[in-house]
Design a protein around this ligand. Structure first.
Ligand code: NI
Length: 180
């Protein structure tokens, strides 16, 4: 287990389509899950996708089961691992919200996401997982799954003007104060 370097926007791996997992029980996949967990927790991420630590494979992790200091107003989410995820919106309702990303440090931007969706994936043991999500958890999953398609949140802004450095956005009252 070890904390990995997080690639930043501009690194080509972040722009690639990630390959599917073929064997969830393979030692390298289980090691990848440990590395994702350690790295997400070390950086207080809401989630982390494998390409962000340099592995172009369809694995994401999100949630820690504890409040997140980078998103103080967000609900607590249990740790969840998704492999080969597919997302299907439920209904047509969307909502906009501010997002950050460990690959885009210091910045936040407003992104419109599906409010409710159904996800299908494999869990950390390769078992089929299906869930209906909404709100912040649905947002996190859409953000992380975008990473598997080579997409970072600045490519999906509601407006080029709804994007900036965290300190400036807090000072101007556009987002609530974020400690750390
Ligand atoms: Ni991200």
């Amino acid at each position: 287990m070890s904390i990995q370097n997080v690639l930043r926007m501009g690194h080509p791996i972040l722009q690639q389509l990630a390959r599917p997992v073929r064997d969830a029980s393979a030692p390298e996949i289980q090691q990848l899950i440990h590395d994702l967990r350690d790295t997400m927790r070390a950086h207080h991420g809401a989630g982390l996708a494998a390409p962000q630590i340099g592995q172009s494979v369809q694995v994401v992790i999100y949630g820690t089961g504890a409040p997140n200091p980078r998103y103080p107003e967000a609900p607590t989410i249990a740790e969840t691992i998704l492999m080969n995820p597919s997302l299907e919106p439920i209904g047509t309702e969307t909502e906009s919200g501010w997002e950050g990303c460990l690959s885009v440090p210091g910045l936040r931007g407003e992104v419109r996401r599906w409010k409710r969706l159904r996800i299908q994936a494999l869990d950390s043991r390769g078992q089929e997982l299906e869930r209906v999500l909404e709100g912040f958890e649905a947002r996190v999953v859409q953000h992380e799954c975008d990473h598997l398609n080579g997409i970072l949140f600045p490519q999906k802004l509601t407006s080029n003007q709804r994007f900036g450095y965290i300190e400036e956005l807090i000072t101007s009252g556009q987002i609530p104060a974020v400690p750390g």
